[in-house]
Write a protein that binds this ligand. Structure first.
Ligand SMILES: Nc1ncnc2c1ncn2[C@@H]1O[C@H](COP(=O)(O)OP(=O)(O)O)[C@@H](O)[C@H]1O
Ligand SMILES: [Mg+2]
Length: 210
């Protein structure tokens, strides 16, 4: 069953050897030269699989990768039964929202401690299960980096996403995310990243004014 057609990939929900899975197939983009298009789709497919696995090893819940099909530019990954945080975050009671936000911060901290950058931290890319576990998905734009700048940009984009999708709660949610992040990474890395976020924010404002 076709689940969604994203910018890059088609996602199908299927049963695969009696497992509930998601098939994520990166589709051809006609605006790209065929050679480049092929390379990009293969690279991103493989990269996403590696990041999903490395994130899981770092202690961040992610769907298990069952198969990588380079020919088809397709990943077969575990189906996570839950709801996207995008749809539920605003409906939670304040205490639950705080707990969830703090957990998001902890998970981002875990990624960054392992030098994993998600690249697209939005609440569309997080799934909350019935048991309250949060899964991170969609690592197609992720990469490895130990740079403070890259970590700060990752968090900055999270904030921008909250501003556009959860504007009512952005302040309290982001505050908790930073608390959770600091709890996980320790204050040295956290303070460095916060400092850099501040200069990114100023740069952004400057860019918008000019
Ligand atoms: N493993 C999964 N389990 C359940 N739903 C998923 C899973 N992976 C993706 N989805 C659903 O499909 C949507 C698009 O998947 P995503 O990997 O974010 O692709 P895109 O690059 O198109 O954003 C997600 O927002 C989510 O609703
Ligand atoms: Mg996505």
């Amino acid at each position: 069953m076709l689940l969604t057609k994203g910018a890059e990939a088609h996602l199908y929900r299927e049963t695969w050897y009696s497992k509930e899975i998601i098939r994520k197939q990166r589709v051809k983009k006609d605006y790209r030269a065929p050679e480049l298009d092929m390379t990009l789709r293969v690279t991103r497919t493989v990269r996403e699989a590696n990041l999903l696995r490395n994130a899981k090893r770092a202690g961040v819940p992610t769907p298990t990768v069952y198969e990588i099909d380079k020919q088809e530019k397709t990943l077969i990954i575990e189906f996570i039964d839950g709801r996207r945080l995008k749809e539920v975050l605003d409906t939670l009671n304040p205490e639950r929202r705080r707990v969830v936000a703090r957990q998001i911060g902890i998970l981002i901290g875990r990624l960054h401690k392992s030098n994993l950058i998600h690249g697209d931290l939005t609440t569309s890319n997080m799934i909350l299960t019935k048991t309250g576990k949060i899964y991170f998905i969609d690592f197609g734009l992720g990469y490895n980096s130990s740079s403070i700048e890259d970590k700060a940009v990752d968090l900055h984009l999270m904030k921008r996403a909250l501003e556009s999708t959860h504007y009512k709660y952005v302040d309290e949610v982001f505050r908790e995310i930073l608390e959770g992040y600091k709890e996980e990474t320790g204050s040295v890395l956290a303070e460095e990243v916060y400092g850099r976020m501040e200069s990114i924010r100023k740069r952004g404002r400057y860019l918008r004014m000019s």
